[in-house]
Every structure is written in structure tokens, then in C-alpha cells.
Design a protein around this ligand. Structure first.
Ligand code: SF4
Length: 321
């Protein structure tokens, strides 16, 4: 087991941040270019379910600049010059974001992914998808692309607890996630997971336990954010009928800090906070931006002497695995 030490350099973030990890890999900051390749979702089109996940409103994460009316190539050609002008960006990661971005035949996926990789400056892809929407053929395609590019497949999981997955109408269980991760591991593809903290079906201890369970799986990247009740979702209807407690800002800061302490220091954090547009957010309303949250988190970690992996015990996770 390797020794984990508190960071000595105060300027260094007390967790393994995605931006820094990409800079370490490529020697330069890598900027995300979001694309909407026109995919749908099996949990909305009737293949798995028609209702979708109860919190899902894809408008809450669809930047206005990306639209499936334009091709992947056109969206990238529009996004990259903006990032070059605004930030002097030189390296890019194309993020296939809305809905389920492996939900097509392998030939179609190969064409769309290659269209993105053909652009000079693009170092790789991040592909958001569901764990029940990959198979051997799709993983073999990603494995081939990963020989020359950074390929990150981000599996939506949201919770490791099947009762929560049923509550949110996720349409798959935790076992489906583990099967997808097993199929993907050891093939040069980077594996990400997406979790939400704050479901009313879970206790605080259960939320924290997810850090330990994920640390025992071959997951290298993690997106984490608070549960948000968004307008025009089934969760919003439920909340209107029977309001449930949502997490407070200070409470969430502490929860994230405690979660990070239990997480393997090797896992890269891609996201720790969600900020849905004000006009569609019902609860919790914090009026904080992402960067305000990250600054507050840094200050909290510093004050409490906390850092990612502080309570992580590799022996325990190895035994569990
Ligand atoms: S899998 Fe994703 S896109 Fe599909 S319903 Fe759930 S959150 Fe929405």
C-alpha cells in the first residue's frame, strides 16, 4: 500500500483534479468541446422505459452552442476557434454529452467518433453513456481508438444502491454497471463514473460508502454533484406533491470533503458541483457558481486539514474487490 501524504504545496488542490491531470498528460491545458451528435436514450424512447430518469431534463446540461442540427464536424469547427480566441487553447477533448452517446450501430459510432478525432488539436474523446448501452463490438471500437487517443467512457451510475436506481427509474441496476466496467477494463480505455449525492433514499453514511465501493473498482475518473430538482421532470412533480429535504450548501461542502477522504487518491475528479440554469432549478437554490463552490471547497479542505484519500485504505478495497 502506498503512503498517502498531505499535500505540502498550498497552491495545489487537495484532490486529483481533471484539468491538472490533463495538463500533466499533454503539457498544456486541454479544453472540452461539447457536441450533440443527435443520439437519443433507451430510457426515454421505450427500449428500456419511456419516462427516463426522474431527474432528467437534458436542457439543464445542453449548452446553447451545441445542437444536433449541425454535424459533429461543424460543431467542433465552431467550438474550437472560440476556445482558441478566448483562452489561447491548443488542445481539445471532444465531449459527446447529451443523452446516450453509444446508442447506435458500431459503424455509425465509428464514423461520428472519427469525425471528431480528425480535427487537428483534438487529443481524444469523452463519451457519456449508460452502462447497459455498450457491448463487445462497441468496446472493441473504443479499444482501437484508445491505442492512439485519449478515450474516456463515462458511465452514468448515479447510485450504487438498487433501491435508489429503482426510485429514479434508471432502468438498470448496479450489477449492470459492474459488468460494463469489467468489459471495459484493461483495454486502454479510461473509465469514468457519474454519481449524484443527496437522494432522499440514502443516508449520509450510505452516500459516503459509495466512495469506498467505487475505489475498489477499476474506475479512474469520477463526476459527482448534488441532486437538483429541475422543472419539467418527474422529480419536480414528486417534489411538488411531497417535498423532501434537499442538501444545504454547507452540508454539501462537508459531504464532498468527507467523500473525497474515503476515495482512492488515484481517481481523477472531473466534476464536484452542478449549476443548473436559474430558470429551471427548483431546489436546492444556493446562488453559487461552480468556481465559488470550488474556492469554498479548497478553503474548507485547507481549514480542516482534509484531502482526497486521507481515510482511504487500499487493503480494505482490495479485499472487497
Ligand atoms: S440515461 Fe441519461 S439521458 Fe437517459 S433518461 Fe437517464 S439521465 Fe436522461
Amino acid at each position: 500500500m502506498r503512503t498517502i501524504e498531505a499535500p505540502r504545496n498550498r497552491a495545489v488542490r487537495r484532490y486529483n483534479a481533471f484539468g491538472q491531470s490533463m495538463k500533466d498528460l499533454y503539457g498544456l491545458p486541454v479544453y472540452k468541446v461539447n457536441v450533440d451528435a443527435g443520439f437519443t436514450c433507451p430510457n426515454r424512447d421505450g427500449t428500456v422505459s419511456v419516462g427516463g430518469c426522474i431527474y432528467c431534463n437534458n436542457d439543464s446540461f445542453r449548452p446553447s452552442a451545441c445542437t444536433s442540427a449541425a454535424s459533429v464536424r461543424e460543431q467542433i469547427e465552431k467550438g474550437i476557434p472560440y476556445l482558441r480566441r478566448r483562452y489561447g487553447a491548443e488542445r481539445f477533448l471532444v465531449y459527446f454529452q447529451p443523452f446516450t452517446n453509444t446508442y447506435a450501430e458500431v459503424g455509425t459510432l465509428a464514423r461520428l467518433y472519427q469525425e471528431a478525432l480528425d480535427n487537428p488539436g483534438v487529443v481524444g474523446l469523452a463519451i457519456g453513456t449508460r452502462p447497459d448501452c455498450v457491448d463487445e463490438g462497441k468496446i472493441a471500437l473504443l479499444e482501437k481508438l484508445a491505442r492512439e487517443h485519449f478515450i474516456l467512457v463515462e458511465y452514468g451510475l448515479q447510485s450504487i444502491y438498487d433501491r435508489t436506481l429503482t426510485f429514479i427509474n434508471r432502468g438498470h441496476d448496479f450489477a449492470a454497471f459492474k459488468r460494463a466496467v469489467d468489459m471495459t477494463a484493461g483495454r486502454g480505455i479510461r473509465i469514468g463514473a457519474h454519481l449524484i449525492l443527496g437522494f432522499p433514499t440514502e443516508t449520509r453514511d450510505e452516500m459516503l460508502a459509495m466512495a469506498e465501493v467505487l475505489s475498489g473498482l477499476p474506475v479512474g475518473y469520477l463526476k459527482l454533484h448534488q441532486l437538483q430538482v429541475i422543472r419539467h421532470t418527474a422529480l419536480a412533480e414528486l417534489y411538488a406533491r411531497k417535498p423532501f429535504p434537499t442538501v444545504g450548501y454547507e452540508e454539501y461542502l462537508e459531504l464532498v470533503a468527507d467523500f473525497l477522504e474515503r476515495l482512492s487518491p488515484d481517481i481523477v475528479l472531473q466534476r464536484l458541483f452542478a449549476a443548473a440554469p436559474e430558470d429551471i432549478l427548483i431546489a436546492p437554490v444556493w446562488n453559487r457558481t461552480r468556481s465559488e463552490f470550488l474556492n469554498d471547497l479548497d478553503a474548507y479542505l485547507e481549514r480542516s486539514g482534509s484531502f482526497q484519500g486521507r481515510k482511504f485504505d487500499a487493503r480494505q478495497t482490495q479485499q472487497r474487490h
